[in-house]
Write a protein that binds this ligand. Structure first.
Ligand code: HEC
Length: 151
């Protein structure tokens, strides 16, 4: 038997886990007014899942590069973001397609020549699109920059 209090806790947990992807990270939104729970919590969209996956890949590459090692054996998955379903269509801002194409070319350059420079160009591609389409994760993306990068 699940009593009503438990449902409240479960509902708050769902809002935390499935909250809008483009809002700021949970660390910085803790002090803001609580948001109303959506009637139907969103499931992770194809686009959001691809973002999470490539973010994990970036973290592995970054670990190697910041240890001063070569990333020669690393490849990033070549997603076509413009073909993936977003959480909602407001995310497909004007220029989204062009930003996706630019991003894909950074990824293929990295895959051809994995290096600090091509890695940083990929991170730059994340930032360019997020400044327009989805500012929430920018803080997290900033952590993927290499501290001693030359750009
Ligand atoms: C062409 C535009 C574009 C590029 C390039 C891009 N993003 Fe995104 N990103 C988005 C959009 C739009 C969303 C919201 C997706 C959704 O909720 O459906 C998003 C969502 C995210 C999220 C939140 C996913 C979640 O948990 O809901 C993270 C983290 C993220 N992106 C990281 C990255 C990283 C890291 C890169 C570079 C490797 C990157 N993004 C490149 C547009 C972009």
């Amino acid at each position: 038997m699940i009593r009503p209090l438990h449902w409240t806790l479960i509902a708050s947990f769902m809002v935390f886990v499935f909250g809008p992807s483009c809002s700021s990270s949970s660390e910085s939104s803790q002090n803001q007014n609580p948001r109303l729970a959506p009637a139907q919590p969103n499931r992770t969209s194809e686009l959001a899942q691809a973002m999470r996956d490539i973010d994990v890949e970036l973290q592995s590459v970054m670990a190697v590069l910041s240890a001063g090692e070569e990333a020669t054996d690393f490849r990033l998955t070549e997603h076509d973001f413009s073909k993936l379903q977003p959480t909602d269509s407001t995310m497909l801002v004007v220029g989204f397609q062009a930003l996706s194409i630019a991003f894909s070319s950074h990824v293929s350059n990295f895959n051809r020549t994995p290096s600090k420079e091509t890695y940083m160009a990929v991170v730059g591609g994340c930032v360019s699109c997020h400044q327009k389409a989805c500012p929430g994760p920018l803080e997290r993306i900033a952590k993927r920059r290499l501290p001693d990068a030359l750009d």
